[in-house]
Design a binder for this molecule. Structure first.
Ligand code: 13P
Length: 249
């Protein structure tokens, strides 16, 4: 049995005090959730979010990390720095990093490596753009992203990897993948991991769906056998909505 993980990705939203206030609002609402609850905050909001979440079941994550431990990388933040302040999770390969900030399958692999080396749990994001879905190559795209990112990741380290399938055309568009589409792609991810690590490891892997998941559609998506949680953007900024999604898990 996999424990579902409901993770919020706040993206570039909220000031530190607002982040703390949202965590404080969520704490009682998520206290009874039958899932792991993670909030991925902008770097500058991490201390405030962690302080607010202390003693609760809410875990805090970052939205990216650099692949090097230190060095001349102006404007970047290392996974070690995140770990040092108490961050437990990090996203890698979010489509906005890929499309807007030049992340490639190889840099996503290296960021994933850095996150694992620092002791973080990595939420690795994969997913096709609309054109790729229309061309019928979603399977190939998702497999390539998954395989390259996991290069060099040991079976033991895989236990600290979550994969989020996020079709890019469904992100921030209000256009959700159908539960069948989400389950199909999540299964492709799991099958790919089974090829690499064996069926038992793949069966233990948490594979989330992300893309316009909200309080209204979460239950149907989460009811699918290969959808083990969600990565939530817009709806994670509203306490009641996010808590409802966690409640549906
Ligand atoms: P939305 O839920 O706003 O579509 O964003 C999904 C996402 O990108 C989560 O990482």
């Amino acid at each position: 049995m996999r424990t579902p993980v409901i993770a919020g990705n706040w993206k570039m939203n909220l000031l530190p005090a607002q982040a703390a206030a949202l965590v404080n609002e969520l704490k009682p609402l998520c206290a009874g959730a039958n899932c792991d609850v993670v909030l991925c905050a902008p770097y500058i909001n991490l201390p405030a979010a962690m302080a607010a979440a202390a003693g609760s079941n809410i875990k805090i994550g970052a939205q990216n990390c650099h692949w090097a431990t230190e060095g001349a990388f102006t404007g970047e933040v290392s996974a070690n720095m995140l770990r040092d302040i108490g961050v437990e999770y990090v996203l890698t390969g979010h489509s906005e990093r890929r499309t807007l900030f030049g992340d490639t399958n190889e840099t996503v692999r290296d960021r994933t490596r850095a996150g694992l080396d620092a002791g973080l749990t990595v939420i690795l994001c994969v997913g096709e753009v609309l054109q790729e879905r229309q061309q019928g190559i979603t399977y190939e795209v998702v497999r390539l992203q998954t395989k390259v990112a996991l290069e060099g990741v040991s079976a033991e380290e895989l236990q600290r990897v979550i994969i989020a399938y996020e079709p890019v055309w469904a992100i921030g568009t209000g256009l959700t993948a159908t539960a069948e589409q989400a389950n199909e792609a999540n299964k492709w991810v799991r099958d790919c991991v089974a090829e690499l690590y064996g069926q038992a490891a793949a069966d233990a892997l948490v594979v989330q769906y992300g893309g316009s998941m909200n309080a209204a559609n979460a239950a149907e998506l989460l009811a699918k056998p290969d959808v083990d949680g969600g990565l939530i953007g817009g709806a994670s900024l509203k306490a009641a909505d996010f808590a409802a999604i966690a409640g549906a898990a």
